[in-house]
Design a protein around this ligand. Structure first.
Ligand SMILES: [Fe+2]
Ligand SMILES: [Fe+2]
Length: 191
């Protein structure tokens, strides 16, 4: 309980200047907790990962870079383009400053933007909830409905939509995302 108190305190401090971002965290946590209960994933772990996933979204880029380089001196920018650094930074902050030691929670925070091959259920839930929460008005109802029925297929569809968007806008696609997609393509035969 003390950890949750410290997390909430850090969150209200870090995201104070951006009520919309705070609302996004609440929205995605609501979705994630529902998906967790459907898929038999621990509610408290889900809550902690959700509260922390965008903790450093507003961090000064120079400070964020320093924090990341301190933990990942030879960061692989093919895997983690700059847009994903808030996720890496939040993982480091959660571990080093807040003392979160659960590897599954830390991975769910770190890979919420990119995904990766071999994701745990918690990682899948956090990544998918991040994409389909009600504030994401560009997301169709089909994928939201599917999320409750088939976590993997919904995540697969979300990854297709995200990578299509990135490709169409000439934005970098993480090598982790490409590999996660390939894993799903093998599972679903490209359908
Ligand atoms: Fe994020
Ligand atoms: Fe997010």
């Amino acid at each position: 309980m003390f950890l949750l108190f410290r997390i909430k305190r850090a969150l209200s401090k870090k995201l104070k200047a951006d009520p919309l971002r705070m609302q996004h965290v609440k929205n995605m946590m609501k979705v994630a907790l529902r998906l967790a209960s459907i898929n038999g994933v621990d509610q408290k772990k889900t809550k902690i990962a959700c509260l922390l996933h965008d903790l450093l979204k507003l961090e000064d880029p120079i400070k964020l870079k320093e924090l990341i380089i301190s933990q990942f001196p030879s960061i692989d920018t093919e895997a983690f383009p700059e847009v994903t650094w808030h996720a890496l930074g939040a993982k480091v902050y959660a571990e080093v400053v807040l003392g979160v030691s659960d590897q599954d929670i830390l991975n769910a925070i770190m890979y919420h933007t990119t995904g990766r091959p071999g994701m745990s259920k918690l990682e899948k839930i956090v990544a998918l909830a991040d994409y389909i929460e009600e504030g994401r008005t560009f997301v169709g109802e089909e994928i939201r409905k599917l999320a409750d029925e088939d976590l993997d297929k919904a995540l697969y569809l979300s990854m297709i939509e995200i990578t299509d968007y990135l490709a169409n806008n000439n934005l970098p696609i993480s090598s982790l995302t490409k590999r996660a997609l390939e894993e799903y393509q093998q599972l679903y035969g490209g359908n």
